[in-house]
Design a protein around this ligand. Sequence first.
Ligand code: ARG
Length: 270
Amino acid sequence: MRRDATPRRYLMCPPVHFKVTYSINPWMDPTKPVDLPLALAQWEDLRDRYRSLGHTVEELAPDPALPDMVYAANGATVIDDRVLIARFAYAERAAEAEAHADWFAAHGFPEIHRASHINEGEGDFAVTATYVLAGRGFRSSPLSHDEAQEFFGRPVIGLDLVDPRYYHLDTALCVLDGDEVMYYPPAFSPGSRAVLRRLFPDALLATDEDAAALGLNAVSDGRHVLLPQAAVGLFTPLRERGFEPIGVDLGELLKGGGSVKCVTQELRPA
Ligand code: ARG
């Protein structure tokens, strides 16, 4: 099967002030040092890779008071140019929402909605051709799913996350193209697993090892799939499906509990 990439527009925030000073997920250990120049170099490699693939990367100005701001996917969800601003679960990240809202206002997005309910942007919302898949259980509130459905006018499918290592939907599921996804079944409740099987019977399923390397925290343009290079088991099944896997090393940002997708917010046009 021939896969075609489509040009995308991404919003990213350089990890200039990245550090792990608090712990709000099991990956974060404030006693472990972070190599900041290396984090920045890894992030720049990813940004440059997107650009060399023909994608547009916008940059959000980092704020020294917000060390997790590099995980730009969490700040908003954009579909059809409509922007649903996040409302963060933890106080440490709350102010990131306003930084995102300001950026969208300054860049002429006409519909910017500040969410009433807790949702961590694309951390918990994944957009397929037909659905918005929505995680809950650790961060985003189930009420945010109704809010997203009303705002975007797309069917929202709620999915229960049950493993604290996979606290955001985007650590356990990735949209590859259209209505094709890959995911890690044990991250979901039995009922949600059944929903995923029913909606995506041909999905690529990740092993324990690849999920633990945050291999599902990946970004696809319909052809190229950028993913953590340590998730080696995903490369062959992706190739068999016609995708071109591209391994990237974001090892320093893994210390905050995120990788490729977490640092990449997609701005989906109308
Ligand atoms: N330290 C951040 C947090 O726990 C990491 C967020 C990762 N982002 C993501 N989309 N999963 O909130």
